[in-house]
Ligand binder design. Structure first.
Ligand code: SF4
Ligand code: SF4
Length: 102
């Protein structure tokens, strides 16, 4: 699943699988808002928008985002702001690693 598709899936989950509800979403402050229709548009890239959404979800705590146990959430693979689909990028591989406390 691409980041854009994962956003669309998240919006469907948020709107009880009702496309009209997504189109008419009143939450213009949501980081996914401009990408909710499944098209790349808006101020943020899909990856950046997902990162912002995940930080919002975890009260701004990046460590908790990395530890997020909700792997059924469609945003989960991209929660660290990296796209694992870009093979060979070490940073992207690290995005899947759970950070160790110092
Ligand atoms: S833009 Fe945000 S609030 Fe609106 S449907 Fe998507 S996830 Fe839900
Ligand atoms: S992946 Fe985790 S932190 Fe991100 S939106 Fe889903 S539940 Fe929240």
């Amino acid at each position: 699943m691409t980041p854009t598709k994962s956003i669309r899936k998240k919006c469907l989950d948020c709107s009880y699988d009702n496309s009209k509800e997504i189109t008419n979403c009143p939450d213009t402050e949501c980081a996914l808002y401009t990408l909710r229709l499944g098209k790349k548009q808006g101020d943020f890239s899909p990856i950046k928008a997902i990162r912002i959404k995940c930080l919002w979800c975890m009260d701004g705590n990046a460590y908790e985002v990395n530890l997020c146990p909700s792997d059924t959430c469609s945003l989960w693979p991209f929660r660290s702001g990296k796209n694992h689909r870009h093979k060979g990028n070490r940073d992207n591989i690290r995005a899947y690693e759970i950070p160790q406390k110092a």
